[in-house]
Structure formats: C-alpha cells, structure tokens
Design a protein around this ligand. Structure first.
Ligand code: UT7
Length: 328
C-alpha cells in the first residue's frame, strides 16, 4: 500500500498587539525630554515606520503569545488540548527558563502534556520555527503544531540610543500548522553565519545574580542593512528553486518587517513589490513576531486566499536568515 504524502498546512492565524500605540511624534516628544533628538520625518524616510505598540509594564511575551494563539486556534477550530507541539520564536522570553512555550502551554490550559520549546533565531525566528514544525509534521510525529512569534523588544531597547529605539515594537503572531494530504509548505531554506554575531546583539548574560555585560540591544545598522539585502534575495531564490517554482508564482511576499527600504529592495528583485504585505509602518520591527503579525493581517482583511502561494522571509541577529514557501 502506498502512503500519500503528508504536508503541513496553515489552518489558522492569529495576532495580538498591546494597547499602547506610540506614534513617531509621540516617541520623538518623549525622547526630547531626555535630550535625544529625532523626528517623524527622519524615521519615516529611513525606515517607513510611523507607529509601534509597546507592552504594558506588567505584560509579558507569553501573555501576548497566548492572545495570538487563542485567535489562531479559534480560526483553526481546534481546542487547546488538540495541540501536539508548541513552539515560540522569541528573543525576549519571560525568563531565562522555563521556556516561554511552557508558560504558553500552561496559560492556554493545555493539559495533554504536549511538547513545548522556544526557538531563538532573533528576527528569523518565525521562519526557523515554521520550517522546524514542518519537519515534525512531515515525519508523522505531530499533527497539530502551534507556531508563535512573540516579542517584547521594548524591554531591551536603550531609549538613550536614537539609532535603535525608534525601530522596534512589541507584539505576537501565531499560526496553527496541521498535517494534511493537501499541499501546504512547499519548501524552506535556513541559514546562519555566527561570525557576524557582533553586528546585532544583546551582549549580556546573567551571572552571580546580576546582569553581566550589556542588556540593551546593539546594532550596526548599516552592516545589518547590507547583509540583509544580500541574503534575503539569495534565500528567496533558494526556496523557489527547491519548490521548482519561478518568482512569478508568488502571490504574496511577507518579508520580515524591519525597514521598508530593505523590504522593497528585496521585493523588487523578485518583481513582487505589488505583492508585498507591509505592516512595518504600523507595527515597527517586532522581530520574530513581525511575519506572523503581517500574515494574520493579510489573511483577516481577505487579501490572502486559500490556494494562493505565500513566501515568508526573515533575517536577523545571529546572523540568521531563512525563507518558507507555502500554499494557503
Ligand atoms: O530586525 C533586524 C534587522 N535590522 C534591520 O534591518 C535594520 C537595518 N538597518 C537600517 O534599517 C538602517 O541602517 C537604519 C534605519 C538603522 C539607519 O538608517 P541609515 O540610513 O543607515 O542611517 P545612518 O545610520 O547612516 O545615519 C544617518 C544619520 C546619522 O547622522 P550623521 O552622522 O549623518 O550626522 C545618524 O546619527 O542619521 C542620524 N540618526 C538619526 N537622526 C534622527 C540615526 N538615528 C536617528 C534618529 N533620528 N532616530
């Protein structure tokens, strides 16, 4: 008897943004009180960002992840106990340990003992998590996997550093990936180059009961910019090639929402500027949450339809990068 192929299909999406929305002007006014000069004009021109959301002081990454997950589960028509695996892509976990995924499992009320772990690939985290989930599903190990990207980057921003603090925001996005005989994920490609670890990092750790080193985000913006443009184009073509598709097959391109200039430059090379989903203007850079947030927005507003081909691609600290091509 021949067994039919198993695919991983997106059967639910969800997202969550914290209530506090801060426009560029509001942020510039706040920074001015510390003697830091910036402007709405500079931020929009260099990044495309107009506003971002910041978590409340008592709101954690797992809190936001749970809200996004509930919405994805509702769309998938699944109860919490039907989940076989929970993965949270985050660089801003609630604690050193336990993993944010374990906290999410508990807060969702999942009592079936399903596996739960975090993925740490910074802004590429969601692409890494989708590809990992796909492998678990295609191997037959799991049927329903909750894949979440959630971040509270506001906690690691140095609000005295105008070159970074205007760029990032908080939020969460989630998908439910399900085993199916229908085509879902078509291909994925993941990469890393640890020799660039120092151009985007939070170079601190916990030692002897205190933070040693710096617990603030550091970024060499121009070095990241150059590398990002180069690797995103390459990895997009790699994923297309693996699936045996041309760039023209892409219906929707969802790049990591870091900077509109980087996003547009990559989209141009794929001739997909019109097909790009853009949320960076309203969300800022939410690291691992940016792609599932954008995906959920475009699914819920009706742009992304069943049967269409979507490419997600991310790049971030590590240095890491990756792309996943799937059919909705
Ligand atoms: O998610 C991880 C991936 N991260 C990224 O994709 C970020 C990649 N990098 C970038 O997006 C860009 O490099 C930035 C948006 C971070 C910076 O844009 P840029 O065009 O590379 O600007 P720059 O660093 O060359 O700075 C230009 C000028 C400088 O002033 P001088 O030296 O020309 O006088 C900066 O001091 O802009 C100044 N500047 C600012 N001015 C007003 C830097 N930050 C600000 C600011 N407001 N917030």
């Amino acid at each position: 008897m021949t067994q039919s192929a198993i695919y991983s299909r997106v059967v639910g999406t969800g997202s969550y943004l914290p209530a506090r929305r801060v426009t560029n002007q509001q942020l510039a006014d706040e920074l001015a009180t510390r003697g830091i000069e910036t402007s709405d004009e500079w931020i929009v021109e260099r990044t495309g960002i107009k506003a971002r959301h910041f978590a409340a002081p008592d709101q954690t990454t797992s809190d936001m992840a749970v809200e996004a997950a509930k919405r994805a589960l509702e769309m998938a028509n699944l109860s919490a106990d039907q989940i076989d695996l929970i993965m949270v892509a985050t660089s801003t976990p609630d604690f050193v340990f336990p993993s944010t995924a374990c906290l999410v499992q508990s807060k969702l009320g999942v009592t079936n003992g399903c596996a739960a772990f975090d993925i740490q690939a910074v802004c590429s985290g969601f692409a890494y998590a989708m590809a990992t989930a796909d492998n678990f599903i295609r191997s037959g190990a799991y049927r329903n996997v909750l894949v979440i990207g959630a971040e509270t980057f506001s906690r690691i921003l140095d609000f005295n550093d105008r070159t970074t603090c205007v760029l990032f925001g908080d939020g969460a996005g989630a998908v439910v990936l399900q085993a199916s005989s229908e085509t879902g994920i078509l291909s994925s490609a993941l990469h890393a180059d640890g020799s660039y670890s120092n151009i985007l990092c939070v170079p601190g750790n916990v030692n002897a009961g205190a933070v040693q080193g710096e617990a603030f985000l550091y970024m060499d913006g121009q070095a990241v910019f150059k590398l990002a443009v180069k690797v995103l184009e390459k990895v997009a073509h790699e994923a297309l090639e693996k699936a045996g598709l041309e760039a023209s097959a892409i219906d929707w391109l969802i790049p990591h929402q870091a900077n509109l200039r980087i996003m547009t430059s990559t989209a141009r090379k794929l001739d997909a500027v019109e097909k790009m989903v853009v949320t960076v203007d309203q969300h800022g850079n939410t690291s691992a949450a940016s792609i599932p947030l954008a995906l959920d927005v475009a699914v819920r507003d009706g742009r992304i339809q069943k049967g269409q081909t979507v490419m997600i691609e991310g790049v971030g600290g590590g240095f890491t990068w990756g792309a996943v091509l799937f059919r909705m």
